[in-house]
Design a binder for this molecule. Structure first.
Ligand code: NAD
Ligand code: UDX
Length: 477
């Protein structure tokens, strides 16, 4: 099938590359000329494991092309994906001006055969009808004799950054919202190889499940709501476990054991129960805010979602309290951050918890150093100009008063912490993702503090806490 994908970010580029890999003829469009030139030369503008290899192989096979000429791409395709960004406005609502611009471009260029317009971007509920209206209004202005025929469907995306290729070829479900039989039938044909798990071999993909992928067919509004509800549920689940972790800190329980104990209940499930410094990224924060905002537009106060956001906002700077408990004054102290991105295996810093943490540490007068395997230049984000970016563990740890693990990169597990403890001013580590082994860190000479995790009895932290507790008891007596 001939497919046009408009917007080549995390979702658009991955969608285009994966559809080309299963045999479709794909043209990807972007209005960013530099990005198009880069992709035409076989380079991906984003880091996503495996993406560049498949991108190059499908380009060589003649299945994937890139252009900034949106008109030709629209005219020559049967299926048009809208995959542009829908960032949050300061009000919490979604900024849908990029979707609107693309809808207008489609209305201006659409001609010839019947087309399916696919809303892949996460758009406010009701946007399917709104996109149809914009396209129609542009068509009417053209006063054509032959009115182009099209339908709009919603096909929300559930891929995760860092495992986007895997998720696209291994989805838990594919959701298609719409009312036109013709459009739905074309969408089914498009996804058939994925539904049947007939994916041309890729080394890193591993064994695919033998079961076919469930297709969930809904009306437009329900498909759009599914996307917001899924992300809001997952974000709320993380805020829940973070809240329990904070209670664990008070009562002396261990959240990793608690998460295991509740996660084995199949009604709860063991995924998304990793406590830490909170959720970030380009989707959860904006999608939860957008659902709260939509609810308010219809007179409903989404109290549970508001609480999930509140817990998350506090969680991002909880590390500051933990640092202050040990170091007291942070002014003049040096704090080294392990990781910057909102999660591992991506170089995306959009709405990463680190940004709030850096702002707060800097406000309190601390000097911030950071190391991230994929962030080696301050041009990734304006906040990086306020810190020292380091290239390795030694440079990061040198003269630090504390380390804070922000992103659960695999490589942090294999660092030589005994060596790092020796070059720090104070061997304190706050593990903001409960990612490291407590006993290894204690044996390396670190004061280890996790999020809702019990420090081992023989650790320096425990001794210190016991000593402080004894002093308080003596005073009271
Ligand atoms: P992105 O910002 O990475 O990419 C958007 C791309 O669209 C950019 O390359 C931009 O240059 C291009 N663009 C903007 N206006 C254009 C126009 N008029 N014509 C052509 N190109 C244009 O965005 P993203 O992270 O890929 O997200 C896209 C959508 O998918 C959003 O609605 C997002 O909420 C949703 N989504 C994202 C993810 C994710 O993990 N990033 C997952 C699921 C859903
Ligand atoms: C999310 C959704 O998972 C995906 O379905 C949707 O398409 C886009 O939004 P993504 O933002 O790429 O994907 O990452 P995800 O793995 O969901 O993590 C989001 C945030 O939650 C990260 O900051 C991560 O560190 C945090 N997280 C995740 C936790 O704190 N604990 C967990 O148990 C899981």
């Amino acid at each position: 099938m001939r497919v046009c994908v408009i917007g080549t970010g995390y979702v658009g580029l991955v969608t285009g590359v994966c559809l080309a890999h299963i045999g479709h003829q794909v043209i990807c469009v972007d209005n960013n000329k530099e990005k198009i030139a880069l992709m035409q030369s076989g380079e991906s503008p984003i880091y996503e494991p495996g993406l560049e290899e498949i991108m190059r192989s499908t380009m060589v096979a003649g299945k994937l092309n890139f252009t900034k000429n949106i008109n030709n791409a629209i005219a020559n395709s049967q299926i048009l994906f809208i995959a542009v960004g829908t960032p949050a406005l300061p009000t919490g609502d979604s900024d849908i001006r990029y979707v609107e611009a693309v809808a207008r471009s489609i209305g201006l260029a659409i001609s010839g055969e019947y087309k399916v317009i696919v809303n892949k971007s996460t758009v406010p509920i009701g946007s399917g009808d709104w996109v149809r209206q914009i396209i129609n209004s542009e068509i009417v202005k053209r006063q054509l004799d032959n009115i182009p025929q099209f339908d709009v469907v919603s096909n929300p995306e559930f891929l995760r950054e860092g495992s986007a290729i895997h998720d696209t070829f291994n989805p838990d479900r594919i959701v298609i919202g719409g009312s036109s039989d013709q459009a739905i039938s074309l969408m089914k044909e498009l996804y058939q190889p994925i539904v049947d798990r007939k994916i041309p071999a890729i080394d890193f993909l591993g064994q695919l499940s033998p079961q076919t992928v469930p297709l969930v067919m809904t009306d437009l509004n329900s498909a759009e709501t599914i996307k917001y509800a899924a992300n809001s549920f997952l974000a709320t689940k993380i805020s829940f476990i973070n809240e329990v972790a904070n209670i664990c800190d008070k009562v002396g329980a261990d959240i990793t054991q608690v998460a295991q104990g509740i996660g084995l209940d199949s009604r709860i499930g063991n995924k998304f129960l990793q406590s830490g410094i909170g959720w970030g990224g380009s989707c959860f924060p904006k999608d939860v805010s957008a659902l709260i905002h939509t609810a308010a537009d219809y007179g409903y106060d989404a109290q549970l979602l508001k609480s999930a956001v509140k817990v998350n906002t506090n969680q991002r700077v909880l590390v500051i309290d933990k640092l202050q408990q040990v170091l007291k004054i942070l002014k003049g102290k040096t704090i080294g951050l392990l990781g910057l991105t909102f999660k591992p295996n991506t170089n995306d810093l959009r709405d990463a918890p680190t940004i709030d943490l850096i702002e707060e540490l800097t406000r309190l007068g601390a000097k911030v150093k950071a190391y991230d395997p994929l962030i080696q230049s301050i041009y990734h984000h304006p906040i990086l100009s306020t810190i020292d970016l380091e290239n390795n563990a030694i440079d990061l740890a040198k003269d630090c008063d504390a380390l804070v693990l922000v992103t659960d990169w695999q490589e942090f597990k294999s660092w030589n912490y005994t060596q790092l403890a020796k070059i720090m001013n104070n061997p304190l580590i706050i593990d903001g993702r409960n990612h490291l082994d407590i006993d290894t860190l204690a044996a390396a000479g670190f004061y280890y503090i996790g999020i809702g995790r019990r420090a081992p009895e023989n650790s320096l932290v425990a001794k210190r806490v016991q000593r402080d507790a004894k002093k308080t008891i003596t005073k009271v007596a």
